[in-house]
Write a protein that binds this ligand. Structure first.
Ligand SMILES: Nc1nc2c(ncn2[C@@H]2O[C@H](COP(=O)(O)OP(=O)(O)OP(=O)(O)O)[C@@H](O)[C@H]2O)c(=O)[nH]1
Ligand SMILES: [Mg+2]
Length: 460
């Protein structure tokens, strides 16, 4: 990959979050990293000997111009290529807080380093072949993860799971191209060594494999953002109480006055890496109303219902429950789970009425243990699959795979109908291969790198 202006600079950034804390880390990367640290007194100073790789040393850093003390820090050198970026890296562990790291950063900049741009360390790691683009994205996903499922997914991607899958698909394209090249080179050999059916079968298998990976996109979105679970029902049904009970905390206001909730309230429920995270939404009660504010709230409920993956249709009586399910089903394609609320108020004689409904008492905490697996099952219905399977989680992955899939389909159509001569049909395979290479990050596409690293935090 080509270097851009500035890619040769030695960069510095605060790698830890700023604010009050025990320690902070200032990280240098580039050809001058070790010299700059030496100038501040690390590694025996400017007259010191060789650095001791990957060994932390407590150093009294001082300003070389004035001799003024800067900080007592723990300094570690990671000489190239055995570092995160593949360049010389120096990590300076300072005291936390606002001042100490800033003082050290300032001294590094005065002595030849440049402040790093967002994601510049990871970008360099990609440029120097320490990781591919998918792994760099995984680093960002680890930092941004809001749920354990997402963290685990990112960890698997960092380990190369998705990279290996895409690499294998790319190899399949190359294999197909090789079959075709044989056909192009020896066109006279009618029914020669490569039967047209063999090419067709290989193309079909490739198309199916691309499609299978593309189909994991909704699951990726669910792992990233949570399955959208909307709690709906008439006013006063106990929706906010259920929302709070599921979360285990009082997030939504609960009162005996119908129409209490006027705007949708969202919260993420993370029950660990074995479960899909749930994006729970408490909504305003569904009813016709004269109240302008409440009506707006109900409109919002409708919008959530349209996007939901799961709807908990609530009612405190069988009549309400039947009506709620009717109203909800008109507004959603989600899996609807009927929930009979306030079950503590019902006598045994009332029964639960509907075998399908889950009786729940938010007040007593009953029924939640039965409701959660029902929600999980409903969410899974949208995206069947293993929690630990290789999946795609970003729009960039979906877009790249879609291009590859279209190109393979175009090749198949041309090949099966003999519509195009083999060399022309092969252009589609080349395009598919390039789309996959761009996804992995093995081709030189600056705009792709810029798009990926733009959203990184500084210091990563
Ligand atoms: N006994 C009993 N009362 C409940 C239960 N759940 C909710 N309530 C009561 O029912 C009333 C309404 O509860 P909310 O959770 O505010 O109901 P809601 O559906 O959010 O109501 P709106 O926001 O007005 O649409 C409150 O007085 C709650 O204390 C329950 O499981 N058992
Ligand atoms: Mg409410």
């Amino acid at each position: 990959m080509t270097l851009l202006p500035g890619d040769d600079d030695t960069i510095v950034a605060l790698a830890t979050a700023s604010g009050r804390g025990a320690v902070a880390m200032v990280r240098l990367s580039g050809a001058r990293a070790i010299d700059i640290a030496r100038a501040l007194g690390a590694f025996g100073g400017v007259t010191g000997g060789a650095v001791d790789p990957r060994r932390a040393q407590l150093v009294k850093l001082a300003d070389p111009d004035t001799g003024a003390p800067l900080e007592q820090a723990l300094v570690t050198a990671f000489p190239a290529p055995h570092s995160f970026t593949g360049e010389d890296v120096v990590e300076i562990g300072t005291h936390g807080g606002a001042v100490s790291p800033a003082v050290v950063m300032g001294a590094c900049i005065r002595h030849g380093a440049r402040a790093a741009r967002p994601g510049e360390f990871s970008r360099r790691a990609v440029l120097r072949g320490r990781m591919d683009l998918l792994q760099a994205e995984a680093v960002a996903d680890l930092i941004e993860a809001r749920t354990q499922a997402m963290q685990r997914q990112a960890l698997a991607q960092l380990d190369g799971g998705l990279s290996r899958r895409l690499q294998a698909l790319r190899n399949e394209v190359i294999h197909l191209e090789a079959l075709l090249a044989y056909d192009i080179d020896f066109p006279e050999e009618d029914d020669g060594p490569i039967a047209p059916e063999r090419v067709a079968a290989a193309a079909r298998a490739l198309g199916e494999a691309l499609e299978a990976l593309l189909r994991t996109a909704p699951r990726g979105a669910m792992v990233r953002d949570g399955a959208l679970v909307v709690i709906a029902g008439p006013p006063n049904a106990g929706k906010s109480s259920l929302f709070n009970a599921l979360l285990g905390e009082s997030r939504a206001i609960v009162t005996a006055v119908p129409g209490t909730t006027r705007d949708a309230i969202e919260a993420l429920l993370d029950r660990g890496s074995g479960h899909l995270p749930l994006r729970l939404v408490d909504t305003a009660g569904l009813r016709d109303t004269e109240d302008e504010v409440e009506r707006l709230g109900i409109e919002v409920s409708g919008r959530y219902l349209a996007q939901a993956q799961v709807v908990l249709a609530c009612g405190a009586s069988m009549e309400d429950l039947v009506h709620t399910q009717q109203v909800v089903r008109e507004r959603t394609t989600a899996v609807v789970v009927p929930v009979l609320t306030k079950s503590d108020l019902r006598t045994a004689i009332d029964g639960t009425g509907d075998g399908d409904a889950v009786p729940v008492s938010a007040e007593a905490g009953d029924g939640l243990a039965a409701l959660l697996p029902r929600i999980d099952m409903a969410a899974q219905a949208h995206t069947p699959g293993d929690t630990d399977a290789v999946i795609i989680t970003r729009e960039r992955h979906r877009a790249g795979l879609t291009v590859a899939h279209h190109e393979v389909a175009a090749f198949q159509a041309a090949w099966n109908h003999g519509a195009l001569p083999a060399p022309v049909a092969a252009v589609h395979l080349l395009a598919a291969r390039e789309a996959l290479a761009e996804l992995i990050g093995t081709v030189d596409t600056e705009d792709v790198l810029d798009r990926v690293f733009r959203d990184f935090c500084i210091g990563k």
